[in-house]
Design a protein. Structure first.
Length: 379
């Protein structure tokens, strides 16, 4: 992107005001737990370049200070951030967490106090901890985990229309008490009923003009956490079957009480998943029903969940507290085990699994919103 493109992006997404005194770009670093890769290295270089150019264009963005904040990777997607980060101006870059100097570390609380606008083009998603931070700090954040140059077209679409669509979906999800997803895989039909009681939907349209919010960029989805049964005497009614394609194998989970309690299929991936839901029960939690709208804007999957989940239906496993659910880091066996893992139901990502229908039930009856993978009369 050109400098003018970057300036337009900041002004459109964040709408800076005189109250915004700092913009921080967050970058995680490889360590002994997580090795570097070429895309990650390129993303770090891109972030440093963005900081240098946005710093030079402070008059155009309206934000007087731009800071690059380096930190040791959190160990897993949506795990809590480490206690400290190391700040710079983009002139120096790092390739490994062990290269960080000992002297200029500050706490994330200190960073958040001076920087109300955050961009996070990280390797591991920082969406969950930044959503939590936005509740108690005067900030707003656009998280960009796994961002690739191939996603730049998704930053340039009509986000007014994207916002209109995600708001319409939120208006349908908020009163809904259940969602029924019917899928087909390997000649069988699978039905999953998700309990949506006691929950509010969230519309994420890629615009963050006010503090107190954090979400993905590119964006274009409405999401809701299924009810997880945390209220005494009121168990979750989520139950059924959910197929997920792993390579050439389709794993079929049996869902009871909003958790994957068994794997009904056979094969190496099925065996691995059966072991995982026993070893890490919090991973087995159904953490999100997501409805992405960007598939209607001519965009194609790029192999990164940041964009791919916004193209259509997705269901996530694991952590949910950052979305308003009940499962958080303390429910996992350790910090490195914390995960929020999306499964995307579009043909390019899961060709062996077809979405036959998605139907919402509520006080006014049932309404089908998706048939054969396409929206039905919603927009």
């Amino acid at each position: 992107m050109s400098t003018d493109d970057l300036v337009r992006l900041v002004r459109r997404v964040f709408v800076p005001t005189a109250a915004d005194r700092g913009l921080a770009v967050l970058v995680d670093l490889p360590d002994a737990r997580l090795a570097d890769n070429p895309e990650w290295a390129a993303r770090r270089a891109m972030a440093a370049d963005w900081v240098r150019r946005l710093g030079a264009a402070a008059g155009a963005t309206g934000v007087p200070r731009t800071t690059l904040a380096w930190y040791r990777n959190a160990g897993g997607n949506n795990a809590d951030l480490p206690a400290h980060c190391h700040t710079g101006d983009g002139a120096r870059t790092y390739g490994h967490a062990d290269e960080l100097p000992a002297g200029n570390a500050i706490t994330f609380d200190e960073l958040f106090a001076d920087h109300s606008i955050l961009l996070a083009p990280t390797e591991l998603s920082a969406t969950a901890p930044l959503k939590v931070a936005a509740r108690s700090h005067p900030l707003r954040a656009a998280t960009m985990p796994g961002f690739l140059p191939s996603m730049i077209p998704a930053l340039q679409i009509d986000y007014a229309e994207v916002n209109r669509r995600v708001d319409l979906l939120k208006a349908l999800l908020d009163p809904a008490t259940a969602a029924t997803i019917v899928t087909r895989a390997c000649g069988r039909t699978h039905t999953l009923r998700l309990d949506l009681r006691h929950r509010e939907a969230h519309a994420s349209g890629g615009l963050f003009p006010r503090n107190g919010v954090a979400g993905n960029l590119p964006s274009g989805e409405t999401y809701i956490v299924p009810y997880e049964g945390e209220l005494p005497g009121d168990p979750s009614g989520s139950r059924g079957e959910l197929p997920v394609q792993f390579d050439d194998e389709v794993v079929v989970y049996r869902i009871e009480g909003n958790k994957a309690v068994a794997v009904l299929s056979e094969g190496p991936h099925s065996a691995a998943e059966a072991a995982s839901i026993v070893a890490e029960p919090a991973y087995a939690n159904l953490a999100e029903l997501g409805l992405g709208v960007l598939g209607d804007f001519g965009l194609e999957p790029v192999g990164s969940i940041l964009l791919d989940e916004k193209l259509g239906l997705h269901v996530a496993f694991g952590r949910s507290d950052h979305f308003g659910g009940a499962v958080g880091p303390a429910d996992f066996s350790g910090p490195d085990a914390v995960v929020h893992l999306d499964r995307v139901y579009i043909p390019q990502v899961q060709p062996a699994v077809a979405v036959a229908s998605v139907t919402l039930a509520g006080p006014d009856g049932a309404r089908e919103i998706m048939r054969e993978g396409a929206w039905t009369g919603v927009f």
